[in-house]
Design a protein around this ligand. Structure first.
Ligand SMILES: [Zn+2]
Length: 78
């Protein structure tokens, strides 16, 4: 298994990213827990074949959540 060298804090960050990368997420289209990472920022559903743009190592990042909320608010106000 892959391990980062030199430092406990760096190892913790890598462990967290790898765990998030290998987790299956809920597909926004068919609601099944079948969303798997296809490449950096690419998430594909193993059930309905839909592909989504997400964060590099998890389907949603904190910055992505904020951006999605701002886009939603802007779409509502215009
Ligand atoms: Zn799906």
């Amino acid at each position: 298994m892959y391990t980062a060298r030199y430092g406990a804090s760096i190892r913790k960050m890598v462990d967290k990213a790898i765990k998030a990368k290998n987790t299956r997420y809920e597909c926004p289209k068919c609601r099944k827990l079948k969303l798997a990472r296809k490449g950096t920022g690419l998430w594909a559903c193993r059930s309905c074949d839909a592909t989504f743009a997400g964060a590099a190592y998890s389907f949603r990042s904190e910055a992505g959540e904020i951006a999605a909320r701002l886009i939603g608010e802007y779409a509502k106000s215009s």
